[in-house]
Design a protein around this ligand. Structure first.
Ligand code: HEC
Length: 230
């Protein structure tokens, strides 16, 4: 009993020195925090790697930035949770390794519209063009706003090398050749996409418009894992 009172007394004494007590508490929290946090940052094995997940192509990257600019993330999540209703509606649940190249991530937290994590390949390219121009033309009663300017605004690609250099400095494995050839690569992918859209009866002149980048990005979403099984 007397021992207990003695310890208790010492603690009381330290508690009675607010400054010393604050400093000791901060040291304890810092040590605890460092021990928890450092391994997460330092151990490479903490980043789940899926071999078929590759960085976005330059055109997809441009489309992703338009997706951010237009605020699509305010209505669409990109994160399928491992619940049966979600799996049946959207497909396989999202794995951490699928978004290692998403900076910033676009998991979202609101679903006014459906989740888009696996929308790639769900519709033809032309469907996306029509849907962006006027959502109700493809989805009757849709409350999604139209983004028709994407079909007429010229796609700017000249900042791609700088964007890719930035991502590379954060760990995305773009090679120097990828970066140097990014504008050319994006133009080639855009022309291909635009040809496909025109061949299916869509507008003829989309190769240099923002819409092709958005469609390239949407068609990529969630397709890395199916590459693995096919
Ligand atoms: C105000 C909320 C809202 C915003 C903002 C919004 N959407 Fe939607 N979106 C919806 C709704 C609601 C639907 C379901 C009806 C439909 O298909 O139009 C939808 C459907 C979609 C679909 C079809 C998904 C599927 O699986 O059928 C795609 C693709 C899509 N949106 C892309 C976008 C893109 C890209 C943007 C940004 C340029 C965007 N949305 C912005 C509400 C929104």
């Amino acid at each position: 009993m007397s021992k207990f009172i003695q310890t208790n007394g010492r603690h009381r004494t330290i508690e009675g020195w607010p400054l010393v007590f604050t400093v000791l508490t901060v040291i304890c929290v810092l040590v605890g925090g460092t021990v928890e946090f450092l391994p997460l940052v330092l151990m490479e094995g903490n980043i789940p790697v899926i071999s078929s997940v590759t960085p976005y192509t330059p055109l997809e990257l441009a489309g992703r930035d338009l997706y951010i600019r237009e605020g699509c993330v305010n209505c669409h999540s990109q994160m399928i949770r491992p619940f049966r209703d979600e799996l049946e509606r959207y497909g396989d649940y999202s794995k951490p390794g699928e978004s290692v190249y998403d900076r910033p991530f676009l998991w979202g937290s609101k679903r006014t519209g459906p989740d888009l994590a696996r929308v790639g390949g769900k519709y033809p390219d032309l469907w996306h063009v029509r849907h962006m121009e006027d959502p109700r033309s493809t989805s009757p009663n849709s409350i999604m706003p139209p983004y028709d300017w994407l079909l007429s605004k010229t796609l700017k690609l000249n900042d791609l090398p700088a964007k890719m250099r930035g991502l590379k400095s954060l760990g995305t494995p773009y090679s120097t050749a990828d970066i140097d050839g990014s504008v050319e690569d994006a133009n080639a992918q855009a022309e291909n996409l635009a040809r496909n859209i025109a061949a299916n009866g869509g507008p003829e002149d989309l190769a240099d418009k923002e819409i092709v980048a958005v469609v390239a990005y949407l068609q990529r979403l969630g397709t890395d894992l199916t590459k693995l099984t096919n």
